[in-house]
Design a protein around this ligand. Structure first.
Ligand SMILES: CC(=O)N[C@H]1[C@@H](OP(=O)(O)OP(=O)(O)OC[C@H]2O[C@@H](n3ccc(=O)[nH]c3=O)[C@H](O)[C@@H]2O)O[C@H](CO)[C@@H](O)[C@@H]1O
Ligand SMILES: C=C(OP(=O)(O)O)C(=O)O
Length: 442
């Protein structure tokens, strides 16, 4: 297996890519300010990542706009560049991908180990270039996260899949052929990989128990614009009719519903008022209903959402994470932070990942009263949290600590903040504009 040294990145990209912050970076937050103002929401990380993988399917260059400047996006760009795919970043949020320059379909361990979404390139590589070597992403802080369903889907379409020395090797002689895929559980990435693989297969593919997340719909919309025939995205049964060729197009990444929910949570947390703009209220019904239950006033327009807490203390809520359209696991940690200072007791049941309560000991260090029993956390609201040195363990856990720090008395120093740069663009700048006292320190 070749591991190329050449990088296919444009000079603009080299200059403007978000600098991978060192593991020494910390966030220092002085709590107590009531946040107020507008915040512009970026394109969604979890939509952009599969869209980059989908770009591999195009026979002509494809332009993505509203691309967030994040560590994970830069990792995906580096993976494509490593394969020889030409990537040109033409403005702060626009990237042109030309897959025709691909020299080898390899996603190496050194890059994949930092981001599970690397596995998204598997389906498009096999269907377009007939072969793929993608390092196994392995486990991460929030759970073991196997990829068996991704591999099963490719096998159902006729690929030969083996695992060799930590790499998934998928191969097909000729063309993938349409088939029936029945997922054992709802898997967002598995559904995305299956859709991509099916687009250029011969015949019809039916995907049952498909994920209904908005990011799956965004991927399907881009592929349809490229010439794919896909029906049912957004439902649990997706039908893909294979076509001979897909061509490049211009496509804008959908707004980040988790970033949106996280900033609105900051209003609830601090008794403030925040309007999230350039977003889509239809993407986060379950979350907005919980804000209402907490006592917030929620108003929406076509592309904005405003949450106003009018200085009140939130009421604790019970919730259970589950696949879309239910409450998203990616908002669980942020709502736990709100429950920590809310009036009453809230019970949280995490059903998606087996180890997604890593933020609990850190919130408790700040004075929260949270007890975990298996997949359930009972959060008894306290009147105030106290600033403390804490450690971020994963992306959304980082945001829960930021929220807690915004409401806490005194200073909080959050270590290992590189996690937050995976998914929140310019977080300290956006929060400062809303009135937070926050800065990045070494
Ligand atoms: C980049 C991206 O879009 N990440 C999101 C995506 O992750 P991701 O696509 O990895 O999450 P999945 O929906 O696949 O995972 C759901 C559950 O299925 C399990 N599973 C999944 C695949 C598989 O082959 N075998 C298996 O057992 C996982 O371990 C997990 O327990 O959806 C998650 C669930 O909404 C979100 O939290 C992540 O933010
Ligand atoms: C868990 C997340 O991302 P990933 O699947 O990329 O780890 C997330 O966005 O909260």
């Amino acid at each position: 297996m070749l591991l190329p040294s050449q990088q296919y990145l444009s000079p603009f990209y080299a200059t403007h890519a978000v600098k991978s912050n060192t593991k020494m970076d910390k966030l220092l937050i002085s709590g107590g300010n009531r946040l107020d103002g507008d915040v512009r929401i970026s394109g969604a990380k979890n939509a952009a990542l599969p869209l980059f993988a989908g770009a591999i399917l195009a026979s002509t260059p494809l332009t993505l706009t509203n691309v967030p400047n994040l560590r994970d996006i830069n990792t995906m760009i580096r993976i494509l560049a490593h394969m020889g795919i030409s990537i040109e970043k033409t403005s702060e949020d626009t990237v042109v991908v030309n897959p025709n320059t691909l020299t080898q379909p390899v996603a190496p361990y050194e890059l994949v180990k930092t981001m599970r979404a690397s596995i998204f390139v598997l389906g498009s590589l096999v269907t377009r270039f007939k072969e793929a070597y993608v390092s196994l992403p392995g486990g991460c802080a929030i759970g073991t996260r196997p990829v068996d369903q991704h591999l099963k889907a490719l096998e159902a379409l006729g690929a030969t899949v083996t695992v060799e020395k930590g790499y998934v090797h998928a191969k097909v002689d000729g063309r993938l052929r349409g088939g029936r895929i029945f997922f054992d559980m709802v898997t967002v990435g598995g559904t995305e990989n299956a859709i991509m693989a099916a687009t250029l297969a011969e015949g019809t593919t039916i995907i049952e128990n498909a994920a209904r997340e908005p990011e799956v719909v965004d991927l399907a919309n881009m592929l349809i614009k490229m010439g794919a025939k896909i029906e049912g995205a957004g439902t649990d049964r997706i039908i893909v009719q294979g076509v001979d060729e897909l061509t490049g197009c211009d496509y804008a990444v959908c707004p980040d519903r988790i970033e949106t929910g996280s900033y609105l949570a900051a209003a609830v947390m601090t008794g403030g008022r925040i309007r999230a703009t350039h977003t889509d209220p239809a993407l986060l019904d379950a979350v907005l209903l919980k804000f209402l239950e907490m006592g917030a006033s929620v108003t929406t327009g076509t592309d904005w959402i405003e949450v106003d807490m009018q200085g009140k203390r939130p009421r604790a809520v019970n919730f259970r994470t589950a696949p879309h359209p239910a409450f998203p696991t990616d908002m669980q940690a942020q709502f736990m932070a709100i429950n920590a200072i809310a009036e009453g007791t809230g019970t949280i049941n995490e059903t998606i990942f087996e180890n997604r309560f890593m933020h609990v000991p850190e919130l408790n260090r700040m004075g929260a009263n949270i007890e975990v029993d298996g997949h359930t956390a009972v959060v008894r609201g306290v009147a105030t949290l106290e600033g403390a040195p804490v450690m971020a363990t994963d992306l959304r856990a980082s945001m829960s600590l930021v929220l807690a720090a915004l409401a806490a008395e005194g200073d909080t120093l959050i270590d290992r903040i590189y996690h937050i740069d995976r998914g929140y663009e310019r977080v300290e700048e956006k929060l400062s504009q809303l009135g937070a006292n926050i800065r990045r320190v070494k």
